[in-house]
Design a binder for this molecule. Structure first.
Ligand code: TRP
Length: 461
């Protein structure tokens, strides 16, 4: 079985695909909007710490479990432990992937729809962000627009996964990344040169420490997991296609640096524009759709740029939705012996049906709230802020206490012999984070998020 498993076509294949999974709407849509709502620079600071201190070690661990287990999340846990409990954690990841895909593809659909808006030249007519915002609200209030774009995006995703790992994913990732990078830099430069952009830079770079609260830490941690595609088995699944010759720590670091760089560039591009046009940074989930069109309308060549930008954003989103769909598919193929093609068709369709209530959260069901959140908001909150950190905590616990570092480190060194030749501090700190820091910190943050921390601290008063 292991022999017949597909491998990445080239060494760079894994990095491209994993970076393609990580880089997406999480960086360009979600990061700015969550940061804007939660204190700017202070949020950025906490977020960077979460990425570096917790994200990197857990990312390495998740990829390692996949490469060693050589299967989907459920199967990889089965391969590494006899315990009946851990495969269920893989199962939770698959459920999380399904939930994420169902709301993520909706926003991806907006991006896709904005390609059409850009071609129509809609943006050139804007002179104020209010007009852009109104147009955005008009579009998402139309049930057929939001659903059609969502369904088209899901079908494109299904087509790629249907045709398999190498052809679909690698080819997609290779073209998109450099182009998106360059375009974001151009948009950022435009943002910085706009009048009054300094306030935006200040918002991003000058922390107001009083803004840091337990909620900010939770959201920053959730965003760190979300943007790295971490905690639900996507990186595990991609790792399962890696070979023993590949260097996991170095690849993980490269992915993380690229991902963070893109988020920060997107942040600068958005907030310089937000402040120079007098927009509210806490606009919420529509933030980039209110901001970027105005930037394009003020740019030389903005018509063309806006089209290319939304095409690239859609491709970035596509490499992420592919990775989400890939996890679900790998599970049904590896564990339940489904045909790849049937798994894609059945679960793509189920995701579409499951996602419709989230799509309706912006129009028909906008007043329907659970815990004060729309269905879309609830899906986003549950997955990003609870399920992914929980998954990450369990991955750390699994490696440290169940699989055991003795075995894990032998696997980790494969392909990375040179890295650990002279010193072992990397391994020591990796162990420390997985054994103590990540489980404890994530546990505290999660307790807080469900309101239990307050109760516990009351007990001691
Ligand atoms: N990381 C992607 C982004 O930032 C989204 C994504 C893809 C994801 N696969 C995931 C998030 C798995 C969490 C888990 O756009």
């Amino acid at each position: 079985m292991q022999q017949s498993r597909e491998n990445w076509g080239s060494k760079i294949g894994f990095i491209l695909a994993a970076a393609g999974s990580a880089i997406g709407l999480g960086n360009i849509w979600r990061f700015p909007y969550v940061l804007g709502e939660n204190g700017g620079a202070a949020f950025l600071f906490v977020y960077l710490i979460c990425i570096g201190v917790i994200g990197l070690p857990v990312l390495i661990g998740e990829i390692l479990i996949g490469r060693t287990g050589k299967r989907d999340p459920v199967g990889s846990f089965k391969a590494l432990t006899k315990s009946k409990f851990w495969p269920y954690i893989g199962g939770m990841g698959i459920a999380a992937g399904f939930m994420i895909l169902s709301f993520y593809a909706i926003v991806a659909g907006w991006s896709f729809g904005y390609i059409i808006e850009a071609i129509k030249g809609t943006f050139l007519e804007y002179s104020t962000p209010d007009e852009a915002a109104n147009h955005f609200y008009l579009l998402i209030s139309e049930v057929h627009w939001i659903i059609i774009m969502f369904v088209i995006f899901m079908i494109i995703t299904m087509l790629f996964v249907y045709f398999g790992v190498q052809k679909g994913i690698e080819r997609g990732s290779k073209i998109m990344m450099p182009a998106l990078f360059i375009l974001l830099i151009i948009v950022m430069i435009k943002g910085i040169t706009m009048e009054g952009s300094g306030a935006g830079l200040e918002f991003l770079l000058k922390p107001d420490w009083s803004k840091i609260s337990a909620t900010v830490v939770l959201l920053a941690l959730g965003q760190a997991f979300f943007t790295l595609s971490l905690g639900m088995g996507a990186m595990l699944t991609y790792g399962s296609y890696m070979s023993e010759k590949d260097n996991i720590p170095t690849s993980a670091l490269q992915i993380l640096v690229l991902d963070t760089l893109i988020a920060v560039i997107a942040g600068v591009a958005i907030f310089t524009a937000v402040f120079s046009t007098g927009l509210n940074p806490g606009e919420g989930a529509g933030l980039i759709f209110h901001t970027l069109p105005v930037v394009f309308s003020k740019m030389v060549g903005g018509y063309l740029f806006s089209i290319i930008f939304f095409i690239l954003l859609s491709i970035a989103a596509l490499t992420s939705t592919i990775s989400l769909m890939e996890v679900i598919t790998a599970y049904f193929v590896d564990e339940l012996n489904w045909k790849r093609h049937s798994a894609v068709i059945v679960f793509g369709t189920v995701t579409i049906i499951f996602g419709i209530p989230s799509a309706l959260s912006f129009n028909v069901l906008s007043d329907f709230k659970i815990f004060g959140l729309t269905i879309f908001g609830l899906m986003e909150y549950l997955t990003a802020n609870i399920m992914l950190p929980l998954g990450g905590m369990l991955i750390a616990i699994f490696i440290a206490y169940v699989w055991g570092f003795d075995k894990a480190v032998i696997e980790l060194k494969k392909g990375a012999e040179k890295l650990f030749e002279k010193s072992a501090w990397q391994i020591t700190s990796w162990k420390f984070v997985l054994k103590y820091l990540a489980p404890v910190l994530i546990f505290i943050v999660l307790l807080q998020s469900v309101g239990l921390l307050d109760e516990i601290s009351n007990l001691f008063k």
